[in-house]
Ligand binder design. Structure first.
Ligand code: CMC
Length: 427
């Protein structure tokens, strides 16, 4: 039986159908609200609004649960590879051994980028931030891809494999460019993660030696970032997809949305915050007091989340890896100590308890990336490489389940109609 919720506004009445979820909150389908009442809903920041139905990722923010296609993040981080996770996120099921091999080989064959694309990197200033370079690189890729301007499901799979293959190459080239070092061609005898590590840290003149803890650590971090339902960048991807724009345009827009410090840029901001605490000689308690003083405008970066009102399960997994990886880079253990103390101070403070503010995925990830050897401005790029399968899956779900362009409304609160005034009569 269809369940409904009754809505009354004066003499106007309407039944909202309750859309059941597999788990978690159901949704009131407010379709018909405008045509029946002449009015719309106001929900700044979409705090109460589901923009779509989705089968990809489930989050229970109160319990700290995250599952891709039903599989708990803890199990995937423990047992899966990144490309196996990407296959799951994209296709809905874990691959068989044969399916995984075909998927991996398809990606391996496409890791090279056009030679003229390599020239593109020379146009960017030496110290340019690798995020805008990645975003521009993805749009440049689309000019070589002969992709139709509209979303075309037939070419989508090819574009998806191409992006999964080439984005790590682009990211490594952006990094090498920022360091003024020569770029390396991909080596397709290596795994996805190894290939990216070698293109980032290797030199054409000598063989690269891998460290297993770093390779697996990076793989786990990418798995943890593979999707996170309707966050800011993913909603941006779906918004662009809804216009019929191609996958490259949507993913490039997602990269731009991710760059903000309230979103993917937070991992960079956390390390800068920890460095500030260390260099200023402030205690963590003094810093927490500064955060609580609203006039300072300072937030505790890496804390708080729109959906999690509990420990972010990804942060818990990362924290377990932090000690192991930071052992490799003893110079950074001072920041890890500050981070742990800061976490303890905040978690025992009423301000954070009352608001249910816990560490999120970015609290420890930046420290690990740095211990692996990545400079601070690469952290968000690593987040983007991890999030790519999720963005592609969400794009595909968007274009295959709805042909409606996304077009939010507004409540207009500006000036009422008034007449134009000649310039000499104004003031
Ligand atoms: N430090 C201090 N106070 C905070 C923080 C924080 N990090 N986060 C939220 N608050 C306060 C906020 O000021 C508000 O207080 P009050 O009710 O007194 O006005 C209350 O907690 C609720 O916060 P909100 O801003 O309404 O929460 P939101 O859901 O709109 O924002 C957030 C979520 C992630 C943008 C925010 O918590 C934040 O800015 N955190 C720091 C940046 C960060 O770590 N971002 C990474 C998020 S996880 C990875 C990703 O999604 O990319």
């Amino acid at each position: 039986m269809t369940e409904t919720a009754h809505f009354v506004d004066g003499d106007k009445e309407l039944d909202f159908t309750k859309v059941r979820a597999t788990d978690g909150q159901f949704g009131y389908d407010v379709n018909g609200l405008l045509s029946t009442t002449g009015n719309i809903m106001l929900d700044p920041g979409f705090v109460n609004t589901a923009s779509c139905e989705s089968k990809i990722t489930y989050i229970d923010g109160g319990q700290g649960i995250l599952r891709y296609r039903g599989y708990p993040i803890e199990q995937l981080a423990e047992h899966a590879s990144f490309l196996e996770t990407a296959y799951l996120v994209l296709n809905g099921e874990l691959p068989t051994a044969a399916e995984l091999e075909t998927f991996e080989n398809g990606i391996r064959r496409k890791t090279l980028i056009d030679e003229r694309m390599r020239d593109l990197f020379r146009c960017f200033p030496r110290r340019s931030h690798p995020m805008p370079v990645l975003s521009a690189g993805i749009m440049a890729l689309s000019t070589f891809a002969h992709t139709p301007t509209s979303a075309d499901l037939d070419t989508l799979d090819d574009a998806a494999v191409s992006l999964l293959a080439k984005v790590p190459t682009l990211a490594a080239y952006g990094y090498k460019n920022s360091m003024g070092q020569p770029t390396l061609y991909p080596d397709n005898s290596l795994s996805y993660i190894e290939n990216f590590i070698r293109m980032s840290f290797g030199f054409p003149t000598e063989p690269y030696e891998f460290n297993d803890a770093i390779t697996r650590g990076l793989e786990v971090l990418l798995i943890l970032h593979a999707d996170h339902e309707q966050n800011c960048s993913t909603s941006t991807v779906r918004m662009v997809a809804s216009s019929g724009a191609n996958l490259y345009s949507a993913i490039s827009a997602g990269v731009n949305a991710l760059s903000g410090p309230k979103h993917g840029g937070a991992n960079q901001a956390v390390v800068e915050m920890l460095q500030f605490i260390r260099d200023s000689g402030m205690t963590t308690k003094e810093f927490v007091e500064k955060v609580k003083n609203r006039e300072s405008g300072i937030k505790l970066m890496g804390f708080g989340h729109r959906v999690y009102r509990n420990y972010d399960p990804r942060a818990a997994i990362i924290k377990k890896h932090a000690d192991k990886i930071l052992e490799l880079h003893t110079g950074r253990q001072d920041l890890l100590e500050i981070a742990k103390e800061l976490e303890e101070t905040a978690l025992s403070d009423d301000y954070f308890k009352e608001r249910k503010l816990y560490p999120n995925v970015d609290f420890y990830s930046g420290l690990i990336y740095e211990a692996m050897g990545f400079p601070i401005n690469m952290f968000t790029v690593l987040f983007a490489i991890g999030r790519l399968p999720g963005w592609i899956a969400q794009y595909r779900e968007q274009v295959s389940t709805s042909d409606k362009i996304w077009r939010p409304r507004q409540i207009f609160t500006g000036a009422d109609e008034r007449d134009w005034v000649p310039i000499d009569q104004r003031g």
